[in-house]
Design a protein around this ligand. Structure first.
Ligand SMILES: C[S@@+](CC[C@H](N)C(=O)[O-])C[C@H]1O[C@@H](n2cnc3c(N)ncnc32)[C@H](O)[C@@H]1O
Length: 249
């Protein structure tokens, strides 16, 4: 995967004016800059259609070798690395209803959701408590959010998800911009991190050009395995599963 397009966030920005609370009409408005490409588009699919898409696409992926290998990987690493996950946060999933109907994008969002939830399900079998599941993705539309909530999970606005990452978090984010990963790992190295590895960034930039101490630190604290992929499918290209085997000093 070339990282050039995912290295930096988009450059076109619009001003969004938000009121600081509904009742303070006379107070000045808070101005937040949001890249225009990161605003949700109006929903074109119904909740029922999104559910049907998910059942079909997730079902196909669950009968693939990627799913089976993922289960085997999780079982084998669980035996050697004692991960303790209390919160699972999925960053940058994309939308289930892309404005131009982009099939590939929609398919990836459903498969990445299925993968994230199957990992949480696996971790849940080893946990003595309920794992809290959250999603942060600025382009989720109203139906996307209701769909995620209908599965029993929470949707948070950016940057709330970044602030919830702690040493007992599973942080999941496939093909994200460097800036987003930086915010994910800024305060704590999570128990598990699933995303683009330091090695992949290094291959792309050249070892001497990659100045990313925090991601290097994460790399050194983790054991890693390549996310199992299906042939000719880029849904999990350049994606690595990281298990933290020791705490930050
Ligand atoms: C390159 S896309 C990857 C989408 C998908 N995971 C994939 O593999 O195709 C990066 C995603 O990050 C999302 N994103 C941007 N800012 C974000 C933020 N602050 N928090 C979470 N996601 C964000 C974008 O909306 C976009 O969907």
């Amino acid at each position: 995967m070339s990282l050039t397009t995912e290295d930096e966030p988009p450059e076109v920005w619009v001003k969004v004016h938000r009121r600081k609370g509904r009742r303070c009409q006379k107070k000045p408005t808070l101005t937040v800059s949001v890249p225009s490409t990161l605003l949700p588009s109006p929903a074109s699919l119904s909740l029922e259609q999104v559910k049907q898409d998910y059942d079909r696409i997730a079902g196909q992926w669950k009968s693939s070798s990627s799913f089976t290998q993922l289960q085997d990987l999780l079982s084998s690493y669980a035996a050697s690395v004692n991960v303790n996950v209390a919160t699972a946060i999925c960053f940058g999933l994309g939308t289930f209803d892309p404005p131009d109907g982009a099939w590939e994008q929609k398919r990836k969002a459903h498969i990445q959701l299925a993968a994230f939830l199957s990992i949480v399900e696996h971790l849940q079998t080893q946990a003595s408590h309920q794992i809290r599941c959250l999603f942060q993705e600025p382009i989720l539309n109203s139906v996307d959010k209701v769909f995620i909530e209908s599965l029993g999970h929470e949707v948070v606005e950016s940057p709330a998800g970044f602030q919830l990452v702690d040493p007992k978090t599973l942080a999941f984010g496939v093909h994200l911009y460097r800036d987003i990963y930086s915010q994910v790992i800024a305060t704590h190295i999570p128990a598990m991190f699933i995303g683009t590895s330091y090695g992949t960034w290094e291959d792309s930039h050249g070892p001497e050009n990659l100045d990313w101490t925090r991601m290097k630190q994460l790399d050194q604290l983790c054991v890693k395995a390549k996310f199992p992929e299906n042939q000719a499918d880029t849904t999990f290209s350049s994606t690595t599963i990281h298990w933290r085997f020791r705490d930050e000093s």
